[in-house]
Design a protein around this ligand. Structure first.
Ligand code: NDP
Length: 400
């Protein structure tokens, strides 16, 4: 039977994954892109070097997705729709014995709370069915897990401290826009922050801990402690870690806009009754903000995402910093995308490649830090994102 890959979600990330996979038919075979809005699939098809098939689908509807899988018969379903669809797509994969992959963990629509428990609960069922679910294979989560695996197996006997640092020093020229799905992004950053310390989660008010951190090739940028989903899986899989935090940069202008939107109630996920309809303010806000996939053309500057570790090797204290810098302009030149979609889509393509060629294939539900990092890093460079490392330096996150 000829190979086929089914990709669900025709947004910013979907566009990158589809174009990258369509360039490598020997691994991905025929690419089928399905999403809620067919015209968006067709726009992406025009950007591809090789022909792809496009289909309309409602990914919340398990039966519809099962019927699509039965017709297409893909080896792998790549979910680059939204976190709300993770469970329905995993159900459809289970029913049809199809491998599954995504880039963000499940969250229920009515509570802004993302956790792995719902997806980890599928582990035994996937194992028994002989299929794999590879969770969170974007950059963060995704590459941050691979970097942790690399540090734990090649650089340390024990990791004690982990700081994940995520900087976007780019400028898209719009007054206010989010770099990935606005609804998911704003839900993530307006909830309380959380980090791991000495065996427990410490909760803090949203955006209340911040300081400037120096990023390679960029310089100091104000960075804020947030909860990010890979903290949950990484501290589970690497229990020697005493403290794990996630930092993300935000500009002053972005925070001012966000504060105003929050104060006037536009970021709320509680429905309000308006002219005979119930509408969710945050969903309405999403509808009026620019689409993440539309930001690429004039985006200047670069992203820098990495992991800073402190721990022990051969009985001696050690530091290790591993990161990638990506220029928005380079992402646009390659696949007409901005850097955030690119730094998510390239790792997703890399993980899908390794799953399909067997190096990362393991029945059950797994996070990226459980898989071998040696295969991943050179392949991710081949697809467009290079990793840099530095050992035994003062860690930028620790510099006061
Ligand atoms: P977009 O909003 O640009 O794209 C989402 C796409 O999913 C849209 O095309 C949307 O359709 C489609 N979709 C939504 N609901 C359904 C449905 N029920 N059925 C079928 N299709 C549906 O988001 P992004 O591309 O920016 O993000 C995609 C995913 O990547 C998100 O889960 C995000 O959290 C994740 N992400 C992960 C990162 C990482 O590093 N791990 C970083 C950035 C993003 P329509 O066009 O009709 O709205």
């Amino acid at each position: 039977m000829s190979k086929r890959t089914l990709i669900i979600g025709a947004g910013g990330v979907g566009s990158v994954v589809v174009q990258k996979c369509a360039r490598v038919p020997e691994v991905f075979g025929k690419v089928v892109l399905a999403s809620r809005t067919l015209s968006k699939c067709e726009q992406i098809a025009h950007l591809c070097d090789n022909p792809i098939e496009t289909v309309q689908v409602d990914a919340d509807n398990v039966q519809e997705v099962v019927a699509l899988i039965e017709r297409v018969r893909p080896s792998l379903l790549i979910n680059v729709a939204l976190p709300y669809q993770d469970l329905s797509l995993m159900e459809a994969c289970l029913a049809t014995k199809t491998h599954y992959m995504d880039t963000a963990n499940y969250e229920p629509r009515d509570v802004a709370k993302f956790e792995y428990k719902w997806q980890w609960a599928y582990h035994e069922k996937f194992k028994e069915a002989g299929i794999m679910a590879l969770l969170g294979c974007g950059f963060d989560p995704g590459v941050t897990g691979v970097y942790t695996h690399y540090a734990a197996t090649k650089q340390f006997d024990e990791i004690h401290y982990l700081d994940i640092v995520d900087c976007n020093a780019g400028d898209h020229g719009k007054a206010f826009a989010t770099n990935f799905n606005p609804e998911i992004n704003i839900r993530e950053i307006t909830q309380p922050g959380r980090y791991w310390e000495n065996g427990q989660w410490i909760e803090i008010p949203a955006m209340s801990i911040h300081k400037p951190i120096a990023y390679p090739g960029i310089g100091n940028r104000e960075s804020y402690v947030l909860f990010h989903e890979e903290l949950e899986s990484i501290v589970k899989h690497y229990p020697s870690i005493k403290r794990a935090r996630f930092w993300m940069t935000f500009g002053e202008k972005y925070i001012n806009f966000l504060n105003v939107l929050q104060e006037v109630g536009m970021t709320s996920i509680k429905p309000v009754h308006y002219e005979g309809h119930d509408i969710v303010p945050l969903q309405f806000l999403k509808a009026v903000l620019p689409e993440p996939s539309s930001l690429g053309e004039n985006y200047q500057g670069e992203t820098s995402i990495g992991c800073q570790f402190r721990g022990i090797q051969n009985g001696k204290p050690k530091t290790f910093y591993i990161w990638n810098n990506c220029k928005h302009q380079d992402a646009y030149k390659d696949v007409r995308a901005q850097g955030i979609s690119y730094t998510t889509g390239v790792p997703a393509t890399t993980g899908a490649h390794l799953l399909l060629t067997g190096q990362w294939l393991k029945p059950g539900v797994y996070n990226t830090e459980e898989m071998p990092s040696d295969y991943f890093l050179p392949l991710m460079e081949h697809y467009g994102l290079k990793t840099e490392v530095s050992e035994n330096i003062p860690l930028p996150v620790e510099v006061e």
